[in-house]
Design a protein. Structure first.
Length: 483
C-alpha cells in the first residue's frame, strides 16, 4: 500500500497531466498571471497588452488569464528598468517595457534599434520585427533570468522643442532634452549637442527641470510643442517577457499558449501593406494637425539640416558598432532597408506647419510650465456653496471627477462633459464646446499634485463654484471614465 501511494505521488508530479490551475488551488480555478506595464492605459501601445491578454484567454479557453497592471510601479524616471527587475525577481509574472531600457541592465542586444536615423519608417520597422533579427535580440534577455516572448513595434520618435524648433545641431546645442532611460538614447542626445534629462511622467514640470524639449511620437505631443515632423531619431519598440521562474512553473501547454498569443499580437501589429506603412508617419502627423486638441505646431528640417544631424550622430553609430552583435544587427537592418522601396519624405499640412522662425515665436508664447495630465477628484459641499454665495442644492455634497489627458478634459457624470484645455505658465484655459465657453483659471500645485484653481473674471458664478470652490486632489494618472 505504501509503495502504491508513493507511485501515485510520483505519477502526479511527473506525468504532465496536471495544469497550472490545479497548482493554483483547484481544477476549475483559472490561473491568473500578472503583467506589469510600465505606463498608463492611455499610451498608444497599451492596446497591445490588452490584445495579448485577450488572446491568452481565448487560446486557453479561459483556463489561463493575464491581468494587465498599468502604471505598475508608478512613474519614476527609471520605471522600465525597475519593472524588468521586479519581473526577474518574481514580483510580477510578465512585463511590458520599452526595449530601449534594457541596456541600463547591461543588455546590448536591442541597442541597434536605438541607432540614430537608422529606422525611420514603419515598413522597415515591421520588417525588423518579423525577421530573425527580432528573435535573436530577444534571446539576449536570457542572462537576465527572463524569457522574451515578443518584440512589438511602437511609434517613431521625434524631437520637439518647447522654446525653439529642434531641426539642426545648432538648435540642440546647450538644450536640456528629456529622454527615457537608455544609455544609447542618452548618447544620441549628447551627440546632437544637448544634455539628456531623465524625469518621470507624473507631474512633469518642464519649467522646474529647465527643459527645452523632449522626444515623443506624434500621438503624444504635448501642449505648446514644436514637433520636428521629418526628424525621426529612432523607433519605440516594446518587449513582452516573462520571469524565468514564473514561466518555468507553467505547464508545457501553458507556455505554448503564451508564445502563440505573443506571436498573434505581433502579427496583428505588423499586418499592413508596405505601400501603406512606409508613408504612415505623414498620415499620423496629419491626424495630429487635424486634432481639435492640438495646440502645438510642426516644423520641417531642410535636407541640409537633416544631413547635419546625421553627421553629428555618426560617432554614436560608430560607438554602437564596436559591439560585434550590435554591428551585425545594424548591417542586417540596412540590408532589409535596401530591399524596400524608397520611403517618401515625411510631410505636414500647411494648417500647422510653420517656418523655423515662426515656430520659435509660437513655442515661446505657448511654452507649457507644467504637465497637468491626471485624474482629479474634489467634493462640493453645502458649506462651500454658501461661502461662494450659492444656494445649496439637494445634490450636495457632490463628488466631482475630471480626467486631464493630452490637451483634453472629461468630467464624469451620467453624460460626461468633455472639452479641451491648454496650459500657459500658471494659467489653464478650459474650452467647453457644448456651450461654447472658455473658462480660464490661474493655478498653484502642491508637491502631491493637488491643484488650487482661481477663476479669471468675468465668469459665471456657477462655473466658478463647480470648478474652483474646492481643491482638486490628484488620485492617479489619466483613466477611462465609464460614466
Amino acid at each position: 500500500m505504501a509503495l502504491a501511494a508513493l507511485l501515485a505521488v510520483l505519477a502526479a508530479g511527473c506525468g504532465g497531466g496536471g495544469s497550472a490551475s490545479d497548482k493554483a488551488g483547484g481544477s476549475d480555478a483559472p490561473l491568473e498571471l500578472r503583467l506589469a506595464a510600465a505606463y498608463t492605459a492611455d499610451q498608444p501601445d497599451a492596446h497591445f497588452t490588452r490584445e495579448f491578454a485577450a488572446r491568452v484567454r481565448k487560446l486557453s479557453g479561459g483556463r489561463l488569464r493575464v491581468r494587465v497592471i498599468f502604471d505598475a510601479e508608478g512613474a519614476p524616471a527609471d520605471v522600465e528598468p525597475r519593472i524588468a527587475r521586479r519581473v526577474r525577481d518574481g514580483g510580477y509574472d510578465l512585463g511590458w517595457i520599452g526595449a530601449r531600457a534594457w541596456d541600463e541592465l547591461g543588455v546590448k542586444s536591442f541597442q541597434a534599434l536605438q541607432t540614430p536615423f537608422l529606422i525611420t519608417n514603419y515598413a522597415l520597422l515591421d520588417e525588423v520585427m518579423t525577421s530573425t533579427v527580432a528573435r535573436e535580440m530577444l534571446d539576449g534577455l536570457a542572462g537576465q533570468h527572463v524569457v522574451g516572448l515578443a518584440l512589438i513595434p511602437g511609434l517613431l520618435r521625434h524631437p520637439y522643442g518647447l522654446s525653439r524648433p529642434l531641426l539642426s545641431p545648432a538648435d540642440f546645442s546647450g538644450a536640456r532634452i528629456r529622454v527615457n532611460e537608455s544609455r544609447a538614447s542618452d548618447a544620441v542626445i549628447r551627440a546632437l549637442g544637448a544634455t539628456p534629462v531623465h524625469a518621470g511622467n507624473a507631474g512633469l514640470d518642464y519649467q522646474a527641470l529647465r527643459l527645452d524639449g523632449d522626444e515623443a511620437s506624434f500621438a503624444r505631443m504635448p501642449t505648446g510643442a514644436v514637433g520636428s515632423a521629418n526628424v525621426v531619431l529612432f523607433p519605440k519598440t516594446l518587449t513582452l517577457f516573462a520571469g524565468q521562474r514564473a514561466f518555468g512553473r507553467l505547464t508545457k501547454d501553458q507556455r505554448g499558449i503564451l508564445r502563440r498569443a505573443a506571436a498573434q499580437t505581433l502579427a496583428g501589429a505588423v499586418n499592413y501593406p508596405v505601400a501603406q506603412s512606409i508613408r504612415f508617419e505623414s498620415e499620423l502627423v496629419r491626424q495630429w494637425c487635424a486634432s481639435p486638441a492640438r495646440t502645438g505646431v510642426a516644423a520641417l528640417a531642410t535636407p541640409d539640416q537633416l544631413a547635419a544631424l546625421r553627421r553629428a550622430a555618426q560617432p554614436v553609430v560608430e560607438s554602437l558598432q564596436r559591439d560585434e552583435t550590435t554591428r551585425t544587427f545594424i548591417t542586417r537592418i540596412r540590408e532589409l532597408a535596401r530591399a524596400l522601396p524608397p520611403a517618401p519624405p515625411i510631410t505636414a499640412p500647411t494648417s500647422c506647419l510653420v517656418s523655423p522662425k515662426s515656430a520659435q515665436r509660437s513655442a515661446a508664447t505657448t511654452r507649457p510650465s507644467v504637465n497637468l495630465d491626471g485624474t482629479y477628484r474634489w467634493v462640493l459641499t453645502a458649506a462651500l456653496a454658501r461661502a461662494a454665495g450659492q444656494t445649496p442644492g439637494n445634490e450636495l455634497p457632490e463628488v466631482k471627477t475630471v480626467v486631464l489627458r493630452n490637451g483634453t478634459w472629461t468630467l464624469a457624470g451620467p453624460s460626461p462633459d468633455k472639452g479641451t484645455f491648454r496650459v500657459v505658465g500658471d494659467r489653464i484655459d478650459f474650452t467647453r464646446p457644448r456651450l461654447p465657453v472658455v473658462d480660464s483659471f490661474t493655478f498653484t500645485r502642491d508637491p502631491d499634485g493637488t491643484l488650487h484653481l482661481k477663476p479669471v473674471l468675468p465668469m459665471d458664478p456657477g462655473d466658478q463654484f463647480v470648478w474652483s470652490a474646492a481643491s482638486w486632489r490628484r488620485i492617479g494618472p489619466p483613466v477611462e471614465l465609464n460614466r
